[in-house]
Write a protein that binds this ligand. Structure first.
Ligand SMILES: Cc1ncc(COP(=O)(O)O)c(C=O)c1O
Length: 400
């Protein structure tokens, strides 16, 4: 009989993937389901990027490349970090992996020993703790709250750090809360980190370009140059350029870490798709005109969803600074009963009853390590968002 490895038994499958699969299955049975569970833009990849990929195929750029990225893409990534983040990296400090997810995984595999701790603020992106576990490390959770805008406070970071701490994972703007750290907030965390030289920082900046109003995005190695030597600044083309299916993520950091990550890839995935790398090179070097109008569309959707959810009885929805998620509290509905007699005792009961009653698929907060909340992805059309939020209002109103 097949048995999973002891290490893999510590890991759970992605809850967001499971929610999306359940919604798809219900739709296949003929149910009218609106999916607010997926973490991908509903826009198409811009044409100049598609054309670059087609050109690469025609020109025969279809062979193995350097394991952790073509020289051309690495130069484009160095250009992006200099232009947008004021960070100077050389191509030898750059890793390109098949998606943002493998960048993080490769960094964990390259650096963790059994017992090493990784501090992860809650609510977190579902994959961080399980990637740490797969790499043999131990996630340590540092709590935040809605009152503090789901942002880690310096004293809570300090309390989570031990001599065994190897990494802090920061994610701004955040999946699932949409919260983004200001420069001053990052500086306050950096001041704690300066006192703990054993702690490296992995900053996941995937949603950098989705910030709203006059919010200014900054990243920690830029805010505190003294941390540059122990920061892995990670990003990717998936969200910014609507390229989730192309599978290109990247990071820059100290060369010994990048060399170790290349060693992991050399014995596992080898290089990311050559064609996708040429597409990503065009995304970073080509016109950036797509980005601002794209963010404006998401900002209008955020405002719509926050407003409609705050009109739902018993829900409280903070206004996040970025990404395309909101993370409302359903605390006001815990203890209530749904029309079929189902008692709402947890946020998972809430999202399951909502799916049953109204066909709206959202992801329960327990999956992100902070309850009782749920995550809504508003990366879908205004018409569907209005319909979904009206259904949520109706559902909340009939709870007894
Ligand atoms: C915070 C965060 N980091 C990383 C990723 C992974 O991106 P990719 O699709 O490029 O692997 C995601 C995707 O949902 C994400 O939300």
């Amino acid at each position: 009989m097949f048995e999973q490895s002891l290490n893999l038994r510590r890991v759970k499958p992605s809850a967001t993937g499971a929610a999306a699969a359940k919604a798809r299955a219900l739709r296949a049975q003929g149910r009218d389901v609106i999916s607010l569970d997926a973490g991908e833009p509903d826009f198409d990849t811009p044409d100049n990027i598609k054309e670059a990929a087609i050109r690469a195929i025609r020109e025969g750029k279809t062979k193995y490349t350097d394991i952790d990225g073509t020289p051309e893409l690495k130069v484009a990534i160095c250009g992006k970090f200099a232009r947008e983040n004021g960070l100077t990296y050389s191509p030898a400090q750059v890793n390109v992996s098949p998606g943002g997810k493998p960048v993080i995984y490769n960094a964990m595999v390259a650096s963790l020993n059994p017992g090493d701790e990784v501090v992860i603020p809650t609510p977190y992106w579902v994959s961080y703790p399980d990637m740490v576990l797969m790499a043999g490390g131990e996630p340590v959770f540092a709590p935040t709250s809605a009152e503090q805008g789901f942002k880690l406070k310096p004293e809570d970071l300090e309390a989570a750090i031990t001599p065994a701490t190897r990494w802090l994972i920061l994610n701004s703007p955040s999946n699932p809360s949409g919260a983004a750290y200001t420069r001053a907030e990052l500086k306050a965390l950096a001041d704690v980190l300066l006192r703990h030289p054993q702690v490296w920082i992995l900053t996941d900046d995937m949603y950098e370009h989705l910030v709203f109003g006059d919010f200014v995005f900054t990243t920690i190695a830029q805010v505190e140059p003294a941390l540059y030597e122990r920061t892995l600044t990670m990003n990717g083309v998936s969200k910014a350029y609507a390229m989730t299916g192309w599978r290109i993520g990247y990071a820059a950091g100290p060369e010994p870490l990048i060399t170790a990550m290349r060693k992991v890839m050399s014995q596992s995935t080898s290089n990311p798709s050559s064609i996708s790398q040429w597409a990503a090179t065009e995304a970073l070097n080509g016109p950036q005109t797509f980005i601002k109008p794209n963010a404006a569309v998401f900002e209008a959707r955020r405002d719509l969803v926050v407003s409609m959810l705050n009109q739902a009885k018993g829900l409280k929805c903070p206004t996040p600074e970025g990404a395309f998620y909101v993370y409302p509290s359903c605390e006001g509905l815990i203890g209530r009963t749904a029309p079929g007699g189902r008692k709402i005792e947890t946020d998972q009961d809430f999202t399951e009853a909502l799916l049953d009653a109204e066909g709206v698929s959202a992801v329960f907060g327990g999956a992100f390590g902070l309850s009782p909340f749920f995550r809504i992805s508003y990366a879908t059309s205004n018409a569907l968002l209005e319909d979904a939020c009206a259904r949520i209002q109706r559902f909340c109103a009939v709870l007894d």
